[in-house]
Design a protein around this ligand. Structure first.
Ligand code: SF4
Length: 65
């Protein structure tokens, strides 16, 4: 696997499913929803507990199965 393929989008710790994102951020639906354009393709890293763009990477990368 190349370095460019080791990105959050392909990592098992990256949560980008709208239902899962809404559950992770209690109260998010008061302002909007995880289905909207504002979130785009960003998701939650459950290792770092941060909302990230899917193009990042880190040493904890583990391929999503
Ligand atoms: S920051 Fe690291 S652990 Fe988190 S989703 Fe991206 S590659 Fe995976």
């Amino acid at each position: 696997m190349t370095t460019s393929e080791r990105v959050c989008r392909r990592c098992r710790y990256f949560v980008d499913d709208p239902h899962a994102v809404e559950q992770a951020f209690v109260g998010l639906t008061i302002l909007s929803s995880a289905w909207g354009d504002t979130r785009g393709n960003q998701g939650l890293c459950i290792v770092h507990q941060q909302f990230l763009t899917p193009k990042l990477t880190c040493n904890h990368f583990t391929i999503r199965r």
